[in-house]
Write a protein that binds this ligand. Sequence first.
Ligand code: ADP
Ligand code: F6P
Length: 354
Amino acid sequence: MKTFRRIGVLTSGGDAPGMNAAIRAVTRAALDRGVEVMGVYRGYSGLIDGDIKPLGLRDVSNIINHGGTILYSDRCPEFKTEEGMQKAIATCRAMQIDGIVAIGGDGTFRGATDLTARGIPCIGLPGTIDNDITSTDATIGFDTAMNTVVEMVDRLRDTCESHARCNVVEVMGRDAGDIAIQTGIATGATGVAIPEIPFDTDALIAKIKRDRIAGKRNFIVIVSEGVGPDFSQELAETIQAETGVETKFARLAHVVRGGTPSLRDRLMASRMGELAVDSLFAGKSNLVICEYKSEIVATDINFALILDRMYKGKLKPGDLDPYTEEQLADMRARCDRKAASIRALYETNNRLSL
Ligand code: ADP
Ligand code: F6P
């Protein structure tokens, strides 16, 4: 079995609270097992440029409680080219980096799988606020981002109550409505619009009119950015025009990507980081560490990427060819479970926001 002397750790794509906890876990777990750790700065850009420094035990002190990433992050188009990839591999060889833990989203995992195929074993950790990685029930950063949304919306609700207003709040999530639907329930939103389920504007208008007549002063509507670029702002205008309720619009945007990571994100990042290191040292690679049914487990990256394409309806010809009937059944069941969970949450919100 391959012996590891030194591994690299990097963060790539959009940053997420809890990435630092993951960096700390990877670093400490590897050092504890007698393996050196190199911090690769600015994601795959740092791997191409050799922007790499050793990480010692104390270099990761006092970071578990901070958002962002001490290794910085980047989106690196050059890494998608064969030339860029070869530069990254040359850096790994020159710096004697025997394996890499890459923390990021599905783009980061595609990079990790390409590196693994070229002889640098990689393991991915799911770091993104969006929770848009189907193989894991939660991604690092998702919980913190939702807690921030809840705090912001609670504040908006205070002022809506004082002034008898409605506030439409757009939240991030890229093409996934996970942040919107869960925070919608947690903030008692009158309506939630997510890309996964068609939105009924007329029903929302009718509900606001009815509830205003019954004496309700404040209304909160949460919209996932994935519904469309101008949807939330236009919805605010429509609500005001159709109901007569003064309606404000707020886009929380990157506010929810920063800040102190929650207990759940710190804990999950720590457990995932440790399993990533153990898996690598056990001779495994091309894996993404997931939380599945409350267990921290390692899943094949290609399986995870194809599962995502299946869930998002973006399968390409031949994608399913490598898989057995049993694996395909597992994939379909996971997609159904995720879709059913979003739908169940949506219906819960409809029932409770009377
Ligand atoms: P995320 O990891 O959050 O999905 P991106 O999609 O921006 O974020 O991907 C992060 C980085 O991963 C990209 O800037 C690029 O360097 C690398 N990457 C993305 N897609 C690929 C790909 N198809 N092949 C190789 N590397 C990729
Ligand atoms: O993937 C995380 C995320 O914050 C998405 O929710 C959002 O759509 C996107 O990144 C924003 O990207 P940028 O930081 O490049 O504006």
